[in-house]
Write a protein that binds this ligand. Sequence first.
Ligand code: ADP
Ligand code: FBP
Ligand code: MG
Length: 512
Amino acid sequence: MDVLISSATMCISPKNPFLVRSARPGSLILPKPRSPANSVRFHRVAAVAAARATAIDLSDPEWKLKYQRDFEERFNIPHITDAFPDAEAIPSTFCLKMRSPTYINNKDRVLLKVINYSSPASAGAVCIDPDCTWIEQWVQRAGPRENIYFRPEDVKAAIVTCGGLCPGLNDVIRLIVITLEIYGVKNIVGIPFGYRGFSDKNLPEIPLSRKVVQNIHLSGGSLLGVSRGGPTVTEIVDSMEERGINMLFVLGGNGTHAGANAIHNECVKRRMKVAVVGVPKTIDNDILHMDKTFGFDTAVEEAQRAINSAYIEAHSAYHGIGVVKLMGRSSGFIAMQASLASGQVDICLIPEVPFNFHGPDGVLKHLNYLIETKGSAVVCVAEGAGQSFLENTNAKDASGNKVLGDIGVHIQQETKKYFKENGVAADVKYIDPTYMIRAVRANASDGILCTVLGQNAVHGAFAGYSGITVGIINNHYAYLPIPEVIAYDKSVDPNSRMWHRCLTSTGQPDFL
Ligand SMILES: Nc1ncnc2c1ncn2[C@@H]1O[C@H](COP(=O)(O)OP(=O)(O)O)[C@@H](O)[C@H]1O
Ligand SMILES: O=P(O)(O)OC[C@H]1O[C@](O)(COP(=O)(O)O)[C@@H](O)[C@@H]1O
Ligand SMILES: [Mg+2]
């Protein structure tokens, strides 16, 4: 569970079960937004989640039942019949050439959490109460339904890709289009350059068909283009009304999904029979509840190449130090996984784990030790790490995301200075492979994930769901209500086995 509810007087942090904070009885603890620039956005979303979650009084003998009911309500996915109770269901038009498809029953569920922790002290434990009481948490299974709520001939489907690039965008677009055609949809368009394409009159819709998308997965990027910022939700929905779009597939991260949810709500308010379905795209892997998001595997694989280059440079130089900065605004998943996978990293720094540069336990002292003992060293740092050491410019990008200082450059400069001051030779090389990684095409495992997610997005829309997103959970596929996946950024748990494995691999000490 991501939001922890207090016991009579205490509550335990969901991210760090060892951290017990006092709280008012019955109060609800929501994680603090990580980035100040995003705080308005995440406070807003968190408030939605908070409003929907019932504070649980653990002294109530019925608390478990109430908790379960609350969970079911929160993870219930909006359906077109909520606003249109008389909406007609027709037999599915999804048909395969060779055989008739098997369907998902609406009552099928996927288990969200699969470990029954016996104690909050267990590594990575996420507990609801101090006894770590086991509560089954079921979410909706994704897939084709026997009955659908849209006649294919009445559908105008649109696809939009927002935010930064991520490997696999084209794979998802491709499968959405192909699946829509299998249902019988003829009117499919791409909205160019993210949400901007809804308002910029100079950007015409891109007609899509199997023929157009057949080979797009062979290259990275997005056939449709991406952007940050753009029109207001009102303008987007006005544009959808004008264009007659009644199915919208939104590929993007937390910002895009906040937009998609707002679009869904606005459509409900205007009584438009529209399905808005998200497919989470975040190379940083910071969307809640999912095993991973598409593009992440590819990013880790590609990041290893940069780490390997940094290693070779460092290893070939006299007292060489290689610094690689990887993506991860507020979550260090790519840096952690790539460090683990490569086995060539001596120091991995992520936003979730504080560290000092200077002082007897600082990064620089350890680098000095590595140079003395090994002769070279490799540092892998996530872009959001160590921001407190950098000047805060308060600058924001077009989407309102905080523009971060370059921690890689900072490490390079500080390291050079430190070794110079100590009269020790050091050859410091810095690599920032961000845009090289983001632009590659998806690897095989991401390609498959994209295929499944794209197909399921279309099944969800035809099944009449809206305001939902699709994800892989414990190797199964599920539909989730958007507010629950973007309540805050998923981040690396410093108490998790994975982070501890990373520390084992690098051999680094605590830099505090
Ligand atoms: N809270 C929000 N409500 C509506 N739209 C948003 C919100 N936050 C971001 N957006 C829009 O979503 C798009 C992508 O957001 P961004 O943060 O750049 O990328 P990502 O979706 O990958 O997080 C942008 O066009 C931005 O204007
Ligand atoms: O230079 P840009 O396009 O703003 O992208 C930088 C950002 O893109 C990312 O790679 C992914 O961010 P999004 O999920 O918001 O697209 C971040 O790690 C990074 O901060
Ligand atoms: Mg984002």
